[in-house]
Design a protein around this ligand. Sequence first.
Ligand code: PMP
Ligand code: GLN
Length: 389
Amino acid sequence: MTVELQSKLPHLGTTIFTEMSALAQQHEAVNVSQGFPDIPPPEGLVEAAIQALHDGVHQYAPMAGRSDLRHWICGHHAERHGATYDPASECTIGAGASSLLFAAITALVHPGDEVVVQTPAYDLYAPGVKLAGGHLVEVPLLNDHGTWNLEALLGAIHDGTRLVILNTPHNPTGTVCPPGFLDALADHLAEKPTLVLSDEVYGSIVHDGRAEVSLAAHPLLRERGLAFGSFGKLLQVTGWKIGWAVGPAALTAELRKVHQYDVFSTGAPLQAALASFLPTAEGRAHIDGLPALYQAKRDHLLSGLDGTAWEWTPAAGGFFQVLDARNLIDGDDGRWAREWTRTHGVATIPMSAFFAPPTPQLRICFAKEDATLDAAIERLRHIAADHVR
Ligand code: PMP
Ligand code: GLN
């Protein structure tokens, strides 16, 4: 008998990141699409990983992650956000922030629950909510002035809202949660049974001297939610897929019920390398140097595009710069992003892939060596010259 497959995600294809990176490879295009650095990781980290392999760290790490690495993570949150988390019961290491975000959504969302997400949004949240049987409520991230839209978010959260998912620094818009926003959210949530997931994988990467923002720093939200981080982003090792979640013991216990079966534990030698590298002087200097490193990359990209028909607001944090193509094209940014990969040799991500409003915009990953950025700039300048109206 032929079994009819009933897809649980009938409208979903392969992620735009996989598609655009493959297209870039096929056409030998400069790849500023998928968000990964081509800058090598710190030398000391690589040496620590080799050492861990020689030391025989080949078997399962503990389910919640190595204790010394969990101590580093909790110390990082204490130092930066004044937040105390117990490494034993309030911190979990997983296969990238992705696995823990997915596990948290699975653990916390019941069928029919409302989950509020600001759009444009990173593409992982919606399928997670759908698979859990939740109902996604989309609100615009930005108002007409391009700043975070508090009214839209608060207006969507009512007594029946199970979960709010935040992301700062934000992928794809490059914006950062403004001061006071979390206070207002906390006031609104005080008498509501709503939980919060805060995706902070670009946490330390903020530009122009901005302050780092974390749910962890806010007393009420710290009790209501989980904050997620990623060593991939902080150390230029996205392929290692090691991330973390911190949150109160009761929420962490629910998260681990899923994590212990979907991943159980991850990357033992890589966790060992991180635990031995991060407390060193080189490790500390690397983390402290992240804002300057990526601000310089953003500025390199934008000064290279100066005087062209591309328009932008400089990214406030993270790896991504949005370029507005309104002066170049009408309509479908997805079609043009694919077309320009083939014709102009530069791969980007169309903003429409992130449930964005229908404005032609492209997301550029600037976490790249200067030579990669220079090649991307040259091609983006050609696009502007060929299309300006
Ligand atoms: N959240 C956001 C906003 C991201 O950009 C990424 C990047 N890939 C992730 C989560 C996943 O992080 P990881 O690679 O650690 O799974
Ligand atoms: N977070 C990365 C981005 O936004 C992609 C990760 C992935 O390919 N799943 O480009």
